[in-house]
Write a protein of this length. Structure first.
Length: 156
């Protein structure tokens, strides 16, 4: 009995229900679209703990950061992943001391904590390789990346 009444209600009000459902869908699409204005989509690649796999994480970063887009990205990259079982590229506590672009070469200076390889961090060579891969994937205009740890040039 109740089901029959519901079916009759839907049959009588098809157009109204379609407009309301369409409006709700349109509202969700608009909220999703407008919430991304003022942010850049950036991809982060981090290793998984207990595995040799690399997992991709997408974050929406501010498109007009105070320190510049590249420096902001590198800061976020060094902070580490936000997903479960993600491993940091370097020891937690590693800081970006400087990051600047000269012609098509990016110079990145990391604090001395980067060489410690503690708390589940990657090996230094693997961390450097992933750091460079992440930066080149997100900023295609960068051709070379020079990394310095505690003021000393590190080559992988």
């Amino acid at each position: 009995m109740k089901i029959e009444k519901c079916v009759q209600f839907f049959q009588r009000n098809k157009i109204k229900i379609a407009f309301i459902a369409g409006g709700i869908i349109l509202l969700f699409v608009a909220i999703h679209f407008f919430s991304r204005i003022g942010s850049d989509r950036r991809v982060f690649l981090y290793p998984l703990s207990g595995s040799s796999k690399i997992k991709k994480e997408v974050r929406y970063l501010n498109s007009h950061p105070v320190q510049g887009k590249i420096n902001y990205y590198v800061d976020e990259l060094i902070l580490g992943p936000s997903f479960y079982r993600g491993r940091s590229l370097f020891t937690p506590g590693t800081a970006v001391e400087y990051c600047f672009l000269s012609e098509k070469t990016l110079y990145v200076g990391l604090s001395q904590e980067a060489v410690l390889q503690e708390n589940g961090a990657q090996k230094l060579s693997e961390g450097l390789a992933l750091l460079k891969k992440n930066i080149k994937k997100n900023f295609t205009g960068i051709k070379d990346i020079e990394v310095f740890i505690d003021g000393n040039c590190v080559s992988d």
